[in-house]
Design a protein around this ligand. Structure first.
Ligand SMILES: [Zn+2]
Length: 434
């Protein structure tokens, strides 16, 4: 393939110009999948699809690829010879063993470009210094992606990764980064640590926080408690960024902080309803991505499992590209409690608003009548609200009455923090085993 070349101006172009450019890129992508990806070659043959005859208007007629397909037929997605691969990442698969995602040099250049336009979209420039608090190794792509983007932008990166809080504090004192990139709950912990050690985060050099992995905004696009805490503690602007490692695509909020701008030259984004039909802008559904111009493991209509919506009204920053709203939850974790649909994240948001609450995790229990039970296991703590008060409060916020179980704090912690997981495990879904 020719050298990767992005078209950043497409983000400000008219709908017609974007559609024409995407149609061309989409056609090239399909033909490439049919020629070089054993998985898609077989799929197209079996389904009688002639890629040259499928234009962008007929995108929704193509089959969906999900994580199980990708995991089960992993090697068949590889569309180049192994000598072209320069980096291999592992993602948690659905078949019990990790799934490989293989990148060529060109794919990494494309990723660097993607992160560069994401970072510059939220106002980061070559003059900035970014402290990266996410790991560069352990077979993850995120840390490497942010490093590549910062480098592409000409800004300076400090790769302290999963360093201790004390080491981050020392770096903030010594090198004075203007940007922090990391998981929001960790960035909040870091701010509290700074305060405890006589350093006011609000008075530090940090001006922007790029948040990954956890939502900082709710469906109304307003900051959640976590986002508000970050803004107040650091006195810095909070930006949310969303990424799919399988699709090698990321979307970051711009300076208007109103959803992550889509990059029309890099990916086509669809939002699908329960039946798999595309929904209109503003409607909630599953995010399905077709990343364009990928060399190593190209994908078509990949189900991310994440639930969100698109925003198409004009953005204050001047870009015309639609934006992806906050991630409202994982499709798999959707609950139906007596007719009300909700995601664990809405429960977290409601619980996080309540002061003095102990640690907690959720248990979702399936029942025969298709209604789920939501059980909140709360760590015992002196002075916290009573289970009755909590029930009423949650009923008012969520229109669902959960079962509240008070457990010893160490039991709750044992469920939350497992050595195998990067993040606390807050949801125990018992429905699959029933
Ligand atoms: Zn914007």
């Amino acid at each position: 393939m020719k050298e990767f070349k992005g078209e950043p101006l497409l983000e400000c172009a008219s709908e017609d110009v974007v559609r024409a450019a995407q149609a061309k890129r989409f056609q090239t992508h399909l033909v490439r999948c049919a020629r070089h990806s054993p998985y898609y070659r077989r799929l197209f043959k079996e389904a009688g699809i002639r890629p040259a005859a499928v234009d962008l208007e007929r995108l929704s007629s193509l089959p969906i690829t999900d994580k199980t397909d990708f995991s089960r037929h992993n090697e068949d997605f590889l569309a180049v010879s192994r000598d072209k691969i320069v980096d291999i990442v592992l993602s948690s698969g659905t078949t019990g063993r990790p799934t490989r995602i293989m990148y060529t040099e060109r794919d990494l250049r494309r990723l660097a470009y993607n992160e560069q336009i994401s970072f510059s979209g939220c106002g980061i420039t070559a003059a900035d210094t970014a402290l990266l608090t996410c790991t560069m190794d352990r077979c993850f792509i995120a840390g490497l992606a942010y490093f590549l983007g910062i480098r592409e932008l000409g800004a300076a990166a400090i790769r302290n990764g999963h360093g201790t809080l004390a080491s981050h504090l020392e770096i903030i004192r010594m090198i004075k980064p203007t940007v922090l990139v990391g998981v929001p709950s960790f960035l909040r912990k870091l701010a509290v640590f700074l305060k405890e050690h006589g350093e006011d985060p609000a008075g530090s050099s940090v001006r922007k926080l790029v948040c990954i992995g956890e939502p900082v905004r709710g469906a109304d696009r307003e900051l959640l408690k976590l986002g508000n805490d970050l803004q107040a503690l650091w006195q810095a602007d909070v930006y949310s960024t969303y990424a799919s490692s399988e699709c090698i695509s990321t979307f970051c909020e711009c300076t208007a902080q109103c959803g992550g701008h889509l990059h029309p030259d890099l990916a086509i984004v669809e939002i699908l309803d329960e039946a798999g039909h595309p929904v209109a802008a503003g409607q909630t559904g599953e995010v399905v991505l077709t990343p364009l111009d990928i060399e190593g493991m190209p994908l078509i209509r990949f189900r991310t499992g994440d639930v969100s919506f698109l925003m198409t009204e004009p953005c204050a920053c001047g870009r015309t590209s639609p934006r992806l709203g906050p991630i409202l939850g994982r499709k798999q974790q959707m609950m139906k409690v007596r007719g009300t649909t909700l995601y664990p994240q809405a429960v977290f948001a409601a619980l996080d608003e309540i002061p003095d609450l102990g640690d907690y995790y959720l248990e979702i229990i399936g029942k025969e009548n298709l209604s789920d039970d939501l059980v909140i296991h709360l760590g015992a703590r002196a002075g916290q609200p009573s289970p009755e008060w909590l029930k009423e409060r949650l009923q008012a916020c969520l229109r669902v009455t959960p079962v509240i179980v008070i457990d010893p704090e160490d039991k709750v912690r044992h469920h939350l923090y497992s050595p195998e997981s990067r993040k606390p495990v807050r949801v125990w879904d018992r429905r699959k085993s029933q």
